[in-house]
Design a protein around this ligand. Structure first.
Ligand code: ADP
Ligand code: MG
Length: 258
């Protein structure tokens, strides 16, 4: 049984959704001592397998379901391990949505406190069908402070509102870069903080631009899996706030067909 589904979304690609989803999942497991799963719902551009350093295909359970990978204290599943690396997935919306349903229902997730779902960019079929089939406890919105990113974020916020998915809060990623003790605001200053105030959304945290973030993704060892990493305090705070927000809300225990 999966108690809480939390989606990590944004209207835009390349803003750090997957980075946040992976590190948040591990932070919830390591710092809050919860049972956590991570589902890569970005069918057209999966990246979770790479970020977790998983290269083998999934194994089947006795009941012929797929066994999720278990690494860095979490369970995870990504279609990225099932298709050859350079192959483009050319599914229409309905096929992509049914692939996601399989990743939810045909995977032996077992008992989970949280399933973190890394959404693809945009507000298309996958996002809609997930939000309509599952009772999502809430969405975490990731954006850079840049207006061009916020344009798409506003669309995502409206989509979540339309399908009655509560927005747990926002994360401002790539807030600034610090060089020689001086902060430089490459994508503008506090765009997400200002937008969150305007829309009365919880602001969860900001993440600076750090060279170790892409480095850790490429080698498949997420930063929150390491002791004393530069982002541990940030993700500890986000994980703590999320658990609090969800336990304060009326989220019920939800069963999926496992
Ligand atoms: N705070 C950050 N500092 C530096 N690089 C980052 C940061 N957040 C994300 N990145 C990098 O930006 C790129 C896009 O991030 P990713 O998490 O894949 O975004 P999305 O899932 O929204 O497309 C990746 O190369 C990632 O390593
Ligand atoms: Mg991604």
């Amino acid at each position: 049984m999966i108690k809480n589904f939390v989606v990590v979304g944004s209207g835009k690609g390349g803003v750090g959704k997957s980075t946040v989803a992976v590190n948040l999942a591990i932070a919830l497991a390591n710092f809050e001592k919860l049972k956590v799963g991570l589902l890569d719902a970005d069918i057209y551009g999966p990246s979770i397998h790479k970020m977790l350093g998983i290269t083998d295909k999934p194994n089947a359970s006795k009941t012929k379901k797929m066994l999720p990978y278990e690494k860095f204290s979490i369970k995870a599943m990504s279609i990225g391990n099932m298709v050859p690396e350079d192959t483009a997935i050319v599914w229409r919306g309905a096929m992509a949505s049914s692939a996601i349903k399989q990743l939810l229902n045909d995977v032996e997730w077992g008992e989970l406190d949280f399933l973190i779902i890394d959404l693809p960019p945009g507000t298309g079929d996958i996002q809609l069908s997930l939000c309509q089939t599952l009772k999502i406890s809430g969405a975490v919105i990731v954006s850079t402070p840049q207006e061009i990113s916020l344009l798409d974020v506003r669309k995502a916020i409206n989509m979540f509102k339309k399908v009655n998915v509560p927005i747990l809060g926002t994360i401002q990623n790539m807030s600034f870069i610090e060089l020689n003790k001086k902060k430089s605001y490459l994508f503008g200053k506090d765009g997400v903080i200002k937008e969150s105030k305007k829309q009365k959304l919880n602001f969860l945290a900001e993440i600076p631009i750090l060279h170790e973030i892409p480095e850790s993704s490429d080698v498949g060892v997420p930063l929150t899996s390491k002791k004393n990493s530069s982002v541990n305090e940030i993700f500890k705070k986000i994980a703590y706030k999320l658990v609090k927000l969800i336990s304060n809300s009326t989220s019920s225990e939800i069963k999926i067909n496992n």
